[in-house]
Write a protein that binds this ligand. Structure first.
Ligand code: ATP
Ligand code: MG
Length: 513
């Protein structure tokens, strides 16, 4: 707080300054005045050649913590932990590094950027103290400075994203939505170890997927340019145990995204679906596993088509159907499609949606057409490429004389990566790589034998069925013959039997053919 004496001193200082300014303004000719001002600027920039920029920690009416401040603090944290002596430990929520070290008050760190030296310091500014910033006219320096600030902000944000602890969110049943502080999604820390390195699949296909993901994640401007929402859909299909769920985890780990695992069976209707999806955040993968089983999505549509047909036949049925539709509280295919096309597109970017299914042929084509599901990825049985990944991961083996045998066997046998992995995993310390590879060979041979047996059995059953159908058809023919002969006798209808086809030529009794 200032004393009374100080106030009067300050008052007279201001009065003197105002008097001098008035004199300067009145008696100095204009051309001389601007010359003096420009020389003063040059002189001051020579004496004080720095630019000072302040980043307040709190901004806005509600004193929100400034994002720029936080980003710069993160950016400087690695530098300050090496240089500064007074550090502050801050607990960071949702980060893989829960304690972050940052500069304490009155500490300074230096940084260099394109030949420019920068000093950063933390100063506490008492409330209501006016701050004064001095900006000498140095265009070139100023441009580099903006470039540097952008660099620091971007780096800071990138470090935050990297350190961010990712979430696996699961939707809560809607009956639990109403309570105090209830949320639509529950989350746990996402710590699945799968990565594209551990994912066993055809290497070309894997590369294609990685490139697609990179293109998507870096495509903010591109999507804006072509006027499309920044989203991408992937359909993963294939038999159980071929790595669909592992692929989703690898994608999330690769892009550093959160996962929203959407259990459709607990979502009551389209409105609830919308409300859930609006609450998802950017940089996330929304997953609907086993889309064919989650809901009778295909059935809904077929039912509708059948209903439309019925309506054509009997317009009175329309009312009843309408009532049934509104009362059946279920997520419909059209609800999901509307979401993918409309609402989701409107609610901000950087979102991926993934559907998985074991039976791609069961899905309604409308659901998976290009533009909705941009990439269809088949996760198939283990090929040699996929096996090599598993052998490297599980046994640390990149080549072995048994590989050729395994390659040949895998070409003839359908075995999922899950089964191959299970056989490759050493069960005890005595099992070395060769033992595991031999174990796998045995397992593939057994699987091959079983598959052959199964195929033979199926072929036998099919042949039996066909034979049975044939016999039944012959019996039918005999019956037709007998009943026709009876007709001739009883009704006076003459039956002519054709050699090749079983045709019946009916003649009026007594008339000529
Ligand atoms: N392609 C693969 N690469 C590496 N490991 C795999 C692969 N496929 C399966 N596995 C192994 O098998 C286990 C099961 O795989 P995953 O859950 O990814 O299969 P899925 O295709 O999602 O099966 P489902 O259709 O039953 O959901 C995984 O934990 C993983 O260890
Ligand atoms: Mg799965």
């Amino acid at each position: 707080m200032m004393m009374g004496e100080t106030w009067s001193q300050l008052g007279s200082l201001i009065a003197t300054a105002m008097f001098l300014w008035a004199m300067f303004d009145k008696y100095f000719p204009h051309h001389l005045r601007s010359l003096i001002l420009s020389h003063t600027k040059k002189l001051t920039s020579f004496v004080y050649p720095y630019i000072q920029i302040k980043f307040p920690e709190f901004t806005g009416e509600h004193l929100k913590r400034s994002e720029a401040y936080a980003a710069i603090e993160t950016y400087l944290s690695s530098k300050s932990s090496n240089e500064a002596k007074k550090l502050k430990a801050v607990v960071v929520k949702d980060s893989s590094q829960p304690v972050q070290l940052s500069m304490d008050e009155n500490e300074e760190v230096t940084d260099e950027f394109e030949g420019m030296k920068v000093w950063w310091g933390v100063k506490k500014i008492p409330p209501r103290t006016q701050s004064f910033s001095f900006y000498p006219e140095m265009e070139e320096k100023r441009n580099s400075l903006w470039k540097y600030i952008n660099h620091a902000l971007q780096q800071g944000k990138a470090i935050t994203v990297r350190n961010r602890q990712r979430k696996l969110c699961i939707n809560n049943p809607s009956q639990n939505w109403g309570g105090y502080r209830s949320t639509k999604w529950s989350h746990v820390t996402f710590e699945h170890p799968a990565s594209f390195d551990t994912l066993a699949m055809d290497s070309k296909k894997k590369e294609e997927i990685i490139n697609d993901l990179i293109k998507f994640s870096e495509g903010k401007e591109y999507y804006a340019k072509i006027g499309k929402a920044w989203k991408r859909g992937y359909l993963l299909y294939g038999p159980p145990g071929t790595g669909k769920s592992s692929m989703i985890a690898a994608m999330a780990n690769y892009l550093n995204y959160d996962i929203y695992d959407l259990e459709l069976t607990t979502v009551k209707d389209n409105t609830e679906l919308r409300r859930l999806l609006i609450e998802t955040t950017s940089k996330s993968i929304i997953v609907i596993e086993d889309i064919d089983c989650s809901l009778d999505l295909t059935g809904q549509r077929k039912k509708k088509k059948e209903q439309e047909k019925d309506e054509e036949k009997d317009p009175a049925s329309k009312m009843a159907i309408g009532e049934e539709e509104s009362s059946s509280s279920k997520v419909t295919l059209s609800g999901l499609l509307n979401f993918i096309d409309g609402l989701w597109s409107a609610c901000g970017g950087e979102r991926i949606i993934v559907f998985t299914t074991n039976y791609v042929e069961k899905l309604d084509p409308a659901l998976i057409r290009r533009g909705r599901m941009d990439m269809h990825i088949e996760m198939s049985y283990c090929g040699f490429d996929a096996f090599k990944v598993l052998a490297k991961n599980y046994l640390d083996v990149e080549s072995h004389e048994l590989f050729e045998t395994i390659d040949d066997l895998l070409k003839e046998t359908e075995m999922t990566p899950a089964d191959v992995a299970e056989n490759l995993m050493p069960k005890s310390q005595n099992e070395d790589a060769e033992t595991c590879l031999k174990k796998l060979i045995e397992a593939i041979k057994t699987a091959k034998e079983e598959a052959t047996k199964k195929a033979e059995e199926e072929a036998r059953l099919k042949a039996e069925k066909e034979e049975k159908e044939k016999q039944e058809a012959t019996q039918e023919d005999v019956k037709v013959d007998e009943s026709s002969a009876k007709d001739v006798k009883e009704n006076g209808v003459d039956v002519v039997k054709d050699d090749k086809t079983l045709g019946i030529e009916v003649k009026e009794n007594g008339a000529t053919a």
